[in-house]
Design a binder for this molecule. Structure first.
Ligand SMILES: CC(C)(COP(=O)(O)OP(=O)(O)OC[C@H]1O[C@@H](n2cnc3c(N)ncnc32)[C@H](O)[C@@H]1OP(=O)(O)O)[C@@H](O)C(=O)NCCC(=O)NCCS
Length: 166
């Protein structure tokens, strides 16, 4: 497995704090992938609503969303998905991110999967209030057809930093 972290791009701050992890088999074939990035839609809406760009950047360096995890069907059940998620948690925790979350379909059985990995899985439609983390009002909403899963990291890290900056 190896990690590839997107290079900082002055024209796309969100991309600079995004992460792409790829798992390969011993022959180099891709068998799993994870993509994580800030909650782009929510932060874009916040910006449009007048939240200062500095606050949006703080949020993007505090909260990250696991946007996608997928493992090739014939490679499933061997710990690849868990390893990708654990590595994602390790990277963002080490760099000072405070909340890692994602969403699943409300009817999915993945709540069991993420619970086993140490995430809290919220009820359908239940959102996340970020005020305490960010110091300004912002929340992540959830539709009744989905459930959010989340993990907060300990508040003793080195503080927000961008992947690749240390
Ligand atoms: C979910 C997924 C990433 C797990 O990858 P993986 O490498 O097979 O996972 P791991 O090997 O780390 O864990 C396997 C365990 O998770 C369980 N698991 C896998 N998918 C599950 C699901 N949808 N619901 C409940 N449990 C699930 C397996 O039963 C297995 O349990 P066991 O250890 O008791 O046998 C993979 O099944 C996948 O790509 N699914 C399709 C895409 C998807 O649903 N992605 C998640 C979107 S949030």
């Amino acid at each position: 497995m190896f990690a590839r972290i997107a290079a900082p791009d002055p024209y796309d701050f969100f991309l600079s704090v995004s992460l792409l992890l790829v798992a390969t088999d011993p022959h180099g074939a891709v068998i799993g992938v994870l993509m994580a990035l800030p909650p782009v839609q929510i932060l874009g809406q916040a910006r449009q609503a007048g939240v200062p760009i500095a606050d949006v950047r703080v949020a993007a360096k505090t909260v990250v969303k696991i946007k996608a995890v997928a493992v090739a069907p014939d490679a499933r059940g061997a710990g690849v998905g868990s390893a990708l998620i654990d590595q994602c948690l390790a990277v963002y925790t080490q760099l000072g991110w405070r909340l890692i979350y994602g969403q699943i379909d409300a009817d999915s059985t993945l709540d069991v999967y993420y619970s086993r990995l140490g995430f809290a899985v919220l009820d359908r439609g239940q959102g996340i209030d970020l005020d305490d983390l960010l110091g300004f009002p912002l929340s992540i909403h959830s539709l009744p057809v989905e459930r959010l899963f989340l993990r907060r990291t300990p508040d003793d890290g080195p503080g927000p930093a961008e992947p690749g900056s240390s």
